[in-house]
Design a protein around this ligand. Structure first.
Ligand code: NAD
Ligand code: UFG
Length: 346
């Protein structure tokens, strides 16, 4: 079985390549390296002893995709390629719609031309907007408050329309899993691959790690007046290795049975929420480093609390997150400590 992994050199994609290979799949990666480097896949190859078959190219490039589908027998696609920074998406919306929406359409058209119908798509809990309550189940109302979120919602709707058209045409061809990630953190336990953000990190865990290693001075905690236990924002942090295990389970489900044909939505979260201050304390405990912080104004667009109801993935995929917060922190720190300059240091 061979899986095309778009965006496979990135944070989640590189961990997915590792887990796919370990589960016995062959992988082919297409990545334009706009937010990653070859080094992540070189390390996956070192860890697994197998090739990742990287094609450097853009998912918007029809010729690259056609050549790739012609040259390899692809059974399924895991689609991670895209841009993911909320703030940047407000400044450069066209880039988000081109990469995330048009790119996915171009990919799907290539899949259709080459008769590949099995697709796992990286969606996000951002599609729930500001939820009316938590935990969040898959049937909650959907909305978007920024171009990044809008791009995820547009792709979800587009993929649902493809499946609906199959029903009208009477020929099931698509077999799609929309995976809504909560907050992926952590790294492979080897400390060889992990998250390597460009410039100053936007997300909490990479920011905390860089304060702990001395690259940044102090964490700004965005608000302590939310209606949460300690007033800081609460999120559902999920270990990236659990997240990619969820992908393998979803892929197995899509490939295993005819009744899997259609469009399925699964939350990938732990069901537990932790506040920013709980995260700081847990990181300090795991690393033995102190993390200086100060409370500042709320960040515009942030919500108070967001965590998953993961029951559907548990019932339908037999998947639940296994790794505790302490392991997420220990693995994040091992990656940061061993690779203070990310992949650049190599
Ligand atoms: P990442 O930036 O590390 O990985 C994305 C990869 O896609 C990069 O290697 C980048 O070079 C590549 N890429 C971008 N545009 C491309 C294009 N047009 N053609 C080919 N390659 C392209 O991000 P990540 O954290 O690994 O996220 C993977 C996916 O998961 C993204 O779609 C993201 O929106 C989604 N997601 C991420 C999070 C998160 O917090 N990390 C949360 C929810 C959803
Ligand atoms: N936070 C800080 N200081 C920081 C960074 C974050 O206090 O420097 C706080 C935020 O206010 C929030 C929590 O830490 O309460 C988590 O923030 P992140 O930026 O790490 O994550 P978000 O939940 O805001 O967003 C992430 C991704 C989005 C995705 C969303 C849901 O960045 O792309 O999870 O999956 F849509």
């Amino acid at each position: 079985m061979r899986v095309l992994v778009t965006g496979g050199a990135g944070y989640i994609g590189s961990h997915a390549c590792l887990s796919l290979i370990e589960a016995g799949y062959d992988v082919v990666v297409v990545d334009n390296l706009s937010n990653s480097s070859r080094e992540s896949l070189i390390r996956v190859e070192e860890l697994t002893g197998k090739a990742c078959n990287l094609v450097v190219g853009d998912i918007n490039d029809i010729n690259t995709l056609d050549k790739l589908f012609r040259g390899h027998h692809i059974d399924a696609v895991m689609h991670f390629a895209g841009l993911k920074a909320v703030g940047e998406s407000c400044e450069k919306p066209a880039e988000y719609y081109r990469n995330n929406v048009a790119g996915t359409l171009t990919l799907c058209e290539a899949m259709a031309r080459h008769h590949v119908g099995t697709l796992i798509f990286s969606s996000s809990a951002t599609v729930y907007g500001d939820p009316y309550t938590v935990p969040i189940a898959e049937d909650f109302p959907l909305s978007a408050t920024n171009p990044y979120g809008q791009s995820k919602l547009m792709v979800e709707n587009m993929l649902k329309d493809f499946v609906a058209a199959d029903k009208i045409n009477g020929q099931p061809s698509w077999n799609i899993g929309l995976l809504r990630y909560f907050n992926p953190v952590g790294a492979h336990e080897s400390g060889r691959i992990g998250e390597d953000p460009n410039g100053i990190p936007n997300n909490l865990l990479p920011y905390i790690s860089q304060v702990a290693i001395g690259k940044l001075d102090q964490l700004a905690v965005f608000g302590d007046d939310y209606p949460t236990a300690d007033g800081t924002g609460v999120r559902d942090y999920i270990h990236v290795m659990d997240l990619v295990d969820g992908h393998i389970k979803a892929l197995e489900k899509l490939l295993s049975s005819e009744d899997a044909k259609g469009c399925h939505v699964w939350n990938l979260g732990t069901g537990n929420g932790y506040s920013v201050l709980e995260m700081v304390a847990a990181f300090e405990k795991a690393s033995g480093k102190s993390v200086s912080y100060k409370i500042v104004e709320r960040r515009s667009g942030d919500i108070a609390a967001c965590f998953a109801d993961p029951t559907k993935a548990q019932q339908e995929l037999g998947w639940t997150a296994q790794r505790e917060l302490s392991q997420m922190m220990a693995d994040s720190w091992r990656w940061q400590e061993n690779n203070p300059q990310g992949y650049e240091g190599d």
